[in-house]
Structures are given as structure tokens and as C-alpha cells.
Design a protein around this ligand. Structure first.
Ligand code: PLP
Length: 382
């Protein structure tokens, strides 16, 4: 059964290689940069498509104990794989009625609204115990978090803090990827003023990019997601990180077409001369952006191979005329993301952001993890 699955995987149209050593190195780099603040790993959306369990376990080896997911379901799924000492926080807070399941699993909600805060307090009262949670304050992004008015109201509610143990007060920056934006300083000032109304607790404001805005943004805990994947919201940040993934597509067929021949759905590309083309087995169903039709590329042996025609669901076609005849054969792999074509470049060509490319990575790829920590037998049983 297992063997059969492996063989199927080996015949996948694309191969995703995830470098856990690079992810650990990226964590260590941010940790060194923001110390004495600690670094939490944001592993929502299956660790941005790279695999929440393997990524989180690699980071546990690097000393990480704080993990953020977006949804309770993600946290419930991750929890059994992590050591008891790891803490999992749910960024979106809880849907009404989910409080008891969250508490029973030992996960901590981020309380984002007055309603969420009261529901968590009510559960604590009904269970006659003090329950831990995080509090988020909206300091200007208007997405999640208590309003300034609710913060002031809560600050006066000593009964609340008797029932709810606030482990962290957090907020989120709207413009962290523009380090000079005035909005960052405004949010920091509002955060400090509002958090100052509440009983003292550790603070967290920065995501990956936010940790590069300035030391006064580090607080006690930085919440890093994208940077761990070796990607940046802008090239400067990405160049500090180690790329953590490589994506290759398998060649299905190579042929030569004559001048005047069209390629792909809608025949949006027409050859102007005899052209050698290759069809590779990755398409938009694999998360490869359809937007890259007639504008993106793949690489083979360092040679750029333009995508011609539209990207189909399961395949796309490359102009491989630049390669020697016979250089590329069915079964060969071409690079889609790797040393010659960064994730940032793919995102820019597709008019999107690296986050979207990562989180769209398909489920059909064969996935290989490299750079795993080698545990001694005593560590494994410890
Ligand atoms: C997703 C998210 C993060 C992580 O952001 P990156 O830019 O990936 O580092 C941090 N904090 C919150 C509230 C988030 O939603």
C-alpha cells in the first residue's frame, strides 16, 4: 500500500522540494536579529503550503515553542504532532460555540473582539478555572482586534482578568512591508498607549517584515511566517533569507512546430518560425498561475524557456528552441522555482505576492523534505 503510494508520487507531474535546514536557518537568523525578543512561527495555511507538521517540528528543534495558526481546525490538527511544551495560538479567535473544544485541546485563542473575550470569560467561569488567552488590539488595520473603546472598557473590568490569564497582547501592522510608512509609527504609538491601559503582559506587534522595521517594533515576541519560508514581501528582505523550496515540472512531450502554428487554448501564441516546444505537466490546478501564459518562464541548465500560449489546468508549453536539439527529453525536469527563478520573480511576473504563490502550491506534487535534523536515538525517545 505504502509502496504503491510512493510510486504514484514518483510519477507526479511536479516535484516540490522543501529544505527544512533552510527554514531552521531563517528562524535562527530572525531570532538573532530580534533577541532578546523571542520568535514565534506562523504556520497557518499548512505553513504557507510547505507542510505545518514538518515545518513546526523542524522549528521545535531550533528552539521554537510558540506557534500561530489562523483557525481552530488547523490548531487541533497540529496539536498532537507537537511536544507538550509547544503552545499553539489561534489568530482568528474562535467561532461562537467553539470555546470548550479549544480549551479542552489546550489551544489558546487570540481574543479579537468584545464578544470573543466575553465568551472565553464565560467558559472560564463555567469551568471554575482561569483560562489563558491572547488579546489582539486593532491599532489601525481595521481587520481583527478590540477597538480602542473596547480596550478601555476591558481595562476597567478586573473580573475579566481574574478569569482570563492574558499571556500576550498583540496587534498587527498594515504596512510592515513598507518600512518607512508613517502608518507603522502611528500603529506602534497606539499599541503602546492601549496596551499600557491593560494589566502588564508580554507584547507582540511584528510579523516577518515588521521585525525589519526597527527594534522598537520587536516587543517580546515576533510572529514570523513568510521569512521562515525564505521569502520576502520585498527583494531586500528575501535576499537575507535562504530559499526553502524548489519546484520542478516534468517534461511530457517535445516537438517542433512550423511557422504559423498556434499553441494552447485560444491559440494565443503563433510561432513566427520553426520552433521546438516542450509540454510540461504542471498547470493552474497545481497552483501555477494562469496569469503566466505568454509571460512567465521555466529554466533548464540555466537557460530561460519562455511559457508560450495559455497555462492549462494540468500542463503548459515552453519554447525550448534555445536548447540544443535532444537536450530535453520526456521525463526530464525543468525548474519553475529554484536557483534561476526565485519565488519573488514568479510572483512579480504573475502580478501577485509570494504569499499567494506559496499558499496555492498544489496537492498533486511529489513532496520531498531535505535537511531534516538527525536525532540520536536517545533524543527520539526522550
Ligand atoms: C499571517 C500573520 C503573521 C505572519 O506574517 P508574515 O508576513 O508571513 O511573517 C503574523 N501575524 C498575524 C496576525 C498574521 O495574520
Amino acid at each position: 500500500m505504502v509502496r504503491e503510494r510512493c510510486e504514484v508520487a514518483a510519477h507526479a507531474g511536479g516535484h516540490l522540494t522543501i529544505d527544512l535546514a533552510a527554514i531552521r536557518a531563517n528562524y535562527a537568523l530572525i531570532a538573532a536579529r530580534v533577541a532578546p525578543a523571542l520568535v514565534a512561527a506562523v504556520v497557518k495555511a499548512d505553513a504557507y503550503g510547505l507542510g505545518a507538521v514538518p515545518v513546526a517540528l523542524a522549528l521545535v528543534d531550533e528552539g521554537c515553542r510558540d506557534f500561530f495558526v489562523a483557525q481552530l481546525a488547523e490548531g487541533l490538527q497540529l496539536k498532537p504532532s507537537l511536544p507538550e511544551t509547544a503552545r499553539i495560538y489561534v489568530l482568528n479567535g474562535l467561532p461562537p460555540g467553539a470555546e470548550a473544544s479549544c480549551a479542552a485541546a489546550g489551544l489558546l485563542p487570540v481574543l479579537n473582539s468584545w464578544e470573543q473575550a466575553m465568551a472565553w470569560r464565560d467558559l472560564a467561569v463555567s469551568q471554575q478555572r482561569r483560562l489563558p488567552a491572547l488579546l489582539q488590539i486593532d491599532t489601525g488595520m481595521s481587520r481583527l482586534g478590540l477597538s480602542p473603546r473596547d480596550v478601555a472598557r476591558l481595562a476597567d473590568d478586573t473580573a475579566f482578568f481574574a478569569q482570563v490569564e492574558v499571556k500576550l497582547v498583540m496587534s498587527h501592522l498594515a504596512c510592515a512591508d513598507t518600512p518607512r510608512a508613517a502608518a507603522n509609527d502611528e500603529q506602534l504609538a497606539r499599541f503602546e498607549a492601549l496596551a499600557g491601559l491593560l494589566p502588564p503582559a508580554p507584547r507582540s506587534l511584528a510579523n516577518s517584515a515588521g521585525s525589519f522595521v526597527g527594534p522598537n517594533f520587536h516587543g517580546d515576541l515576533v510572529r514570523a511566517g513568510l521569512a521562515l519560508c525564505g521569502a520576502g514581501p520585498f527583494e531586500g528582505l528575501a535576499s537575507l533569507m535562504q530559499p526553502a523550496l524548489r519546484l520542478d515540472a516534468r517534461v511530457i512531450q517535445v516537438r517542433t512546430i512550423q511557422a504559423g502554428t498556434g499553441v494552447g487554448y485560444g491559440l494565443t501564441f503563433t510561432a513566427s518560425k520553426a520552433t521546438r516546444i516542450a509540454t510540461v505537466s504542471v498547470g493552474y490546478a497545481d497552483g501555477w498561475p494562469r496569469r503566466l501564459g505568454n509571460r512567465g518562464a521555466a529554466y533548464f541548465d540555466g537557460v530561460r524557456l519562455p511559457i508560450i500560449g495559455r497555462v492549462s489546468m494540468d500542463s503548459m508549453t515552453l519554447d525550448v528552441t534555445a536548447l540544443d536539439d535532444g537536450a530535453l527529453a520526456p521525463g526530464d525536469a525543468v525548474e519553475l522555482i529554484g536557483p534561476h527563478q526565485s519565488l519573488e520573480a514568479v510572483a512579480a511576473d504573475a502580478d501577485t505576492i509570494t504569499y499567494e504563490i506559496l499558499t496555492s502550491l498544489g496537492r498533486r506534487y511529489r513532496r520531498t523534505y531535505v535537511g531534516e535534523t538527525v536525532h540520536t536515538p536517545s533524543e527520539v525517545t526522550a
